[in-house]
Design a protein around this ligand. Structure first.
Ligand SMILES: Cc1cc2nc3c(=O)[nH]c(=O)nc-3n(C[C@H](O)[C@H](O)[C@H](O)COP(=O)(O)OP(=O)(O)OC[C@H]3O[C@@H](n4cnc5c(N)ncnc54)[C@H](O)[C@@H]3O)c2cc1C
Length: 634
């Protein structure tokens, strides 16, 4: 039996740090925002998206197909996406949305790809997850950036034609901390032999091409393209979850699996860097589905709350319900604006969008969850009832409880909220660590510390005064934004305040700041609100079709957002963080064990984390084989 690797916090951090893309070659709106500089010129005027009639035509066909052929309720009921849906999507080219045209794909921009995912997710979130895992983290995306021409020619046409791919990083003992990775790729004649067990691979039960992360001894974590049918691979289980019941998610065992040398992606030891870089744009796909869920929630909330009468009025006319509706409308507008902006910035490739993509993943996954929760409240008992049960009683069905369940995972996978807070905070303080990091590094010698001191002196002498004044203090600042100008003035002033607060936190806690996760989380959440406020104002100004409505929604969002920002600032310094950490020590020490009495004792059978046994599988292969799609199938 393999024991979990003994990895210290320091080693885990070192692995994460090495996987980071250290250099900044292009400007970053997000990075500047955290440094107290509102670089509106990077996002205003609203960047024009490249016209793509072919993509618009694809979206129209996709919508028609989803309406006619994809039965989300059936997928939920049977916990299975039918084979014919795989084939229908393949016929449309949906498995190749992000694959370049020269390899048989549609070569969609990020904007059109995300629009497609919004549509697909609104028909069936499980189908959305299938296509997003396939293209945003599966084989196409890492090969696009890091693949050799031979790899692209060998694999991309197969994937564009409808073969499914999956991304396998997680293991029983490896979740947020890849430093513990246990799957090994031992060098052998002509390639590598893989041994290990991978957990929770989305598409893992149906995929024929896998990206597998494994440790090459002496070289580090490496990404491989692996044929799903290779001898020695067993799909041991299909996992079941709170939501996304149609998800084809596996436990996959690798026993002596040969992978040819030429299937290494991007070089030995580059696996995590590839995963992180892939996620720079890959992270846009989850928000796309959150946007879909929020739009759907808005529509249901509007129709229902206008019609449902209680206490002499439609429920929408009760203030408590009206506030929820306004939150859903404003948040949906902000989520969509911020995502579209990120997509357009990613597509025109002039900006580094790693912070922005991470911010929208964080913001959309957290707020879509709140939106769905508010919808359930507005729907009352019907919000808690399944759609099938509503229909069986003869009412119009709305699957609010399913939407909530399906959305929940977005706060956990592709970087949990806690990890996103740390990741974004790390990028936000990068400029400080670059100039002054050695001062607080216990391993830096006197010479390095002295040089850092000089560097920091020069940097802060210029930077700190720049935080004192700005356009946000001028009564006419951002006048070109008309009635939204006060909000941009607020964003400008607040970004400087955010930078000052971050600097104050760094001076106060120095190296200990990295353990102040609640403080860092609030800093990042303020940044996310400021980014979303900037996006809505810039979009509303550029809006042609719904100009007045856009202005109203942007104003509404900014007013709501400002209250959240103020609460977050207040909590930076007035909070129960230390008290909570102390209390948790006492909880773990058993002091409050009496609180757990009075219930039926829980089973304590089995380990919380299973240790995997190397060797061949001892259970049957439960792989689901989708019959290959041929053009004649439709
Ligand atoms: C439905 C589903 C689909 C998935 N699809 C895939 C897939 O396709 N491929 C794949 O490789 N993986 C996949 N995963 C795995 C997913 O990415 C992980 O669940 C996720 O990374 C979190 O890891 P974990 O569950 O082991 O939680 P843990 O890492 O054990 O974390 C537990 C809790 O501690 C917090 N935490 C952990 N470390 C820190 C820290 N340093 N600071 C603060 N808080 C911390 C976490 O945020 C979380 O709240 C999937 C999971 C699910 C449930």
């Amino acid at each position: 039996m393999t024991e979990p690797a003994d990895v210290t916090e320091k080693q885990a951090r070192k692995v994460a740090e090495e996987a980071r893309q250290a250099e900044w070659r292009k400007p970053s709106f997000g990075k500047e925002l955290f440094l107290g500089r509102l670089r509106l010129d990077l996002i205003d005027p609203w960047p024009a998206a490249e016209p793509r009639p072919d993509a618009e035509e694809f979206l129209a066909k996709l919508e028609a197909y989803l309406v006619a052929e994809v039965d989300g309720a059936r997928i939920e009921r049977e916990a299975r996406i039918p084979d014919e849906v795989f084939h229908g999507l393949a016929a449309l080219g949906a498995f190749g949305m992000k694959i370049d045209r020269e390899y048989g794909g549609l070569g969609l921009s990020n904007l059109h790809y995300c629009r497609a995912l919004t549509l697909i997710g609104s028909a069936s979130p499980a189908v959305g997850a299938l296509l997003s895992a396939h293209q945003s983290i599966g084989v196409p995306q890492p090969l696009k950036t890091f693949g050799t021409p031979e790899q692209k020619r060998a694999f991309l046409p197969r994937l564009a034609a409808g073969e499914v791919s999956a991304f396998l990083l997680t293991e029983p003992d490896v979740g947020s901390d890849p430093a513990r990775l246990g799957t090994v790729a031992e060098p052998v004649e002509g390639g590598y032999r893989l041994d290990g067990v991978k957990l929770w691979a989305t598409n893992g039960t149906v995929a024929t091409l896998l990206v597998v992360m494994a440790r090459v001894p002496g070289k580090g974590i490496t990404a491989f393209v692996v044929e799903g049918d290779s001898p020695g691979i067993t799909v041991e289980r299909r996992n079941e979850f709170l939501g996304l019941r149609g998800l084809e998610n596996s436990v996959t065992r690798f026993h002596d699996v040969f992978v040819p040398q030429e299937n290494v992606i991007g070089g030995l030891g580059k696996g995590l860097k590839i995963a992180l870089t892939t996620l720079n744009t890959g992270r846009l796909s989850l928000p796309a589905m959150c946007v879909g869920a929020s739009k759907w929630s808005l529509a249901v909330a509007r129709e229902w709350s206008a019609e449902r009468v209680q206490w002499g009025r439609p429920v929408s006319q009760h203030e408590a319900v009206a506030k929820k509706m306004a939150f859903i409308a404003a948040t949906t507008y902000a989520m969509e604006s911020t995502l579209d902006l990120c997509c357009i910035l990613a597509d025109d490739d002039r900006n580094d969008i790693r912070i922005e993509a991470a911010l929208i993943k964080l913001f959309a996954s957290e707020t879509a969850w709140l939106v769905a929760d508010e919808l359930i409240q507005i729907r009352g008992g019907r919000g808690y009832e399944t759609a099938a049960s509503q229909a069986a009683r003869g009412e119009r069905a709305a699957e609010a409880e399913q939407v909530l369940r399906d959305l929940r995972i977005n706060r956990i996978f592709e970087g949990s909220t806690e990890i996103m807070h740390l990741l974004i905070a790390r990028e936000a303080v990068d400029a400080h660590l670059t100039v002054a990091g050695d001062i607080i590094d216990p391993e830096a010698g006197v010479g390095r510390k002295a040089r850092a001191g000089a560097r920091a002196g020069a940097f802060y002498a210029r930077w700190l005064p720049s935080l004192a004044v700005g356009r946000g203090q001028m009564p006419n600042g951002y006048a070109e934004f008309g009635p939204l100008a006060p909000h941009l003035r607020y964003v400008e002033r607040t970004s400087r305040k955010l930078a000052r607060s971050t600097f104050y936190g760094m001076s106060r806690w120095q190296g200990g700041l990295e353990h102040k996760q609640a403080f860092l989380g609030r800093i990042v959440d303020i940044g996310a609100e400021l980014f979303a406020m900037s996006a809505v104002c810039v979009r509303a100004r550029a809006e042609r079709e719904h100009r007045a409505a856009g202005h109203e929604l942007a104003d509404l969002f900014c007013q709501q957002s400002r209250l959240r920002v103020e609460a977050l600032f207040a909590a930076l310094w007035e909070n129960t963080d230390s008290l909570d950490v102390e209390a948790t020590r006492r909880v773990l020490g058993g002091r409050y064990a009496f609180l757990e009495q009075g219930i039926i004792p829980r089973s304590t059978e089995g380990a919380w984390v299973s240790a995997w046994q190397p060797g061949p599988a001892t259970v049957e292969d439960v792989r689901r084989r989708i019959p290959p799609f041929t053009a004649g199938d439709r």
